[in-house]
Ligand binder design. Structure first.
Ligand SMILES: NC(=O)c1ccc[n+]([C@@H]2O[C@H](COP(=O)([O-])OP(=O)(O)OC[C@H]3O[C@@H](n4cnc5c(N)ncnc54)[C@H](OP(=O)(O)O)[C@@H]3O)[C@@H](O)[C@H]2O)c1
Length: 298
């Protein structure tokens, strides 16, 4: 707890104390994996697509989870689809709304720690030219894709910080990124901008929170066969000039299976050390993927 206070109010002498702790923490964290760490895993956007696949995967591992989304029926479908529904808590909440953050905090048991917070929820809309953008729709988009993860992290941070940084590891935060964070796609100006800022949020939070024992990572999941892609394929060429490419990927059967991405994320959350987890943005298609594949598909 002291370390947390020192870190938010650094002064000469205090900074020295923190950096000693950080060095010790990095030594411990480079050698410890989070596999057996207790605590609940929270997945925003757990009612569909990647969030649902990840929920199923973590429950297979016997992890208790909390899934969050605005549509209750979708969350309940995910709960039923898990091998042990009793491990799944559902929270109907909008991550762009502070009341939603309160509801998620309320779903935690007293003193319950968070093992992983996966910021997976996001929206693609509004699509179309930036010069035609409606300011209100822009603000709603940023409130979900950027402000939501930031202020949910802030709300839940005390449950992610370890009680004793020298002996325990903290929880992990994972940002679900996108190729759109790094490349402009015509018609996706809002999404590309929010995902690019979300990428910098991962890097900034990683620098800020690692001294507190909380690791922040990021992963690009590839072009997945989820409701978000269904929505993209429905758009006109006027709205999304490159839409035919995404229709082709579906026709050719080359969209990535979200179950496969969930397997990768499970490995990332549970089988990497803190330095590996957070030092760069992971891409499910990386050649380094070979280092996890054999372990998981034996
Ligand atoms: N599919 C792809 O090709 C692809 C590629 C790169 C990155 N990604 C990223 O992967 C992540 C998962 O997307 P997906 O492909 O699985 O699409 P998806 O099925 O549309 O999942 C998005 C989820 O976010 C939830 N959500 C949206 N706004 C919310 C809000 N305000 N509060 C709470 N939950 C909210 C939605 O549930 P409710 O509507 O019920 O709230 C939904 O379950 C996203 O971050 C996306 O940007 C996807």
């Amino acid at each position: 707890m002291n370390t947390y206070l020192f870190a938010v109010c650094p002064q000469t002498k205090v900074t020295w104390t923190v950096s000693q702790s950080v060095r010790r923490y990095r030594y411990i964290s480079a050698t410890k994996l989070s596999k057996n760490m207790p605590g609940v895993s929270i997945i925003t956007g757990g009612g569909s697509g990647l969030g649902r696949a990840l929920a199923r995967r973590l429950v297979q591992r016997s992890n208790p989870i909390i899934i969050v989304g605005r549509r209750e029926n979708k969350l309940l479908e995910t709960q039923e689809a898990c091998s042990n529904p009793s491990l799944v808590r559902t929270v109907v909440a909008d991550i762009s709304d502070p009341a939603g953050h309160d509801a998620i905090l309320d779903a935690l048991e007293e003193n319950e720690k968070i093992k992983a917070l996966v910021h997976n929820a996001a929206v693609l809309e509004p699509v179309g030219k930036l010069m035609d953008m409606d300011p209100e729709k822009w603000r709603e988009h940023i409130a979900i894709n950027l402000d939501g993860p930031l202020f949910l992290t802030k709300k839940l941070l005390p449950r992610l910080i370890p009680d004793n940084i020298d002996e325990e590891r903290g929880g992990r935060i994972l940002h679900i990124s996108s190729g759109a964070a790094h490349y402009p796609y015509r018609g996706w100006g809002a999404y590309c901008t929010s995902k690019a800022a979300f990428h910098m949020l991962y890097r900034s939070l990683s620098a800020e929170l690692s001294p507190l024992g909380v690791s922040v990572g990021s992963v690009r999941p590839g072009v997945m066969d989820t409701p978000m892609q269904d929505l993209i394929r429905e758009k006109s060429e006027l709205e999304l000039p490159d839409v035919s490419r995404f229709r082709q990927l579906k026709e050719q059967g080359t969209l990535v299976d979200p179950e496969e991405v969930a397997t990768f994320i499970d490995w990332l959350l549970n089988d990497t050390n803190d330095v590996e987890f957070s030092e760069k943005e992971w891409d499910v298609r990386d050649s380094e993927r070979q280092s996890w594949e054999p372990k998981l598909f034996l």
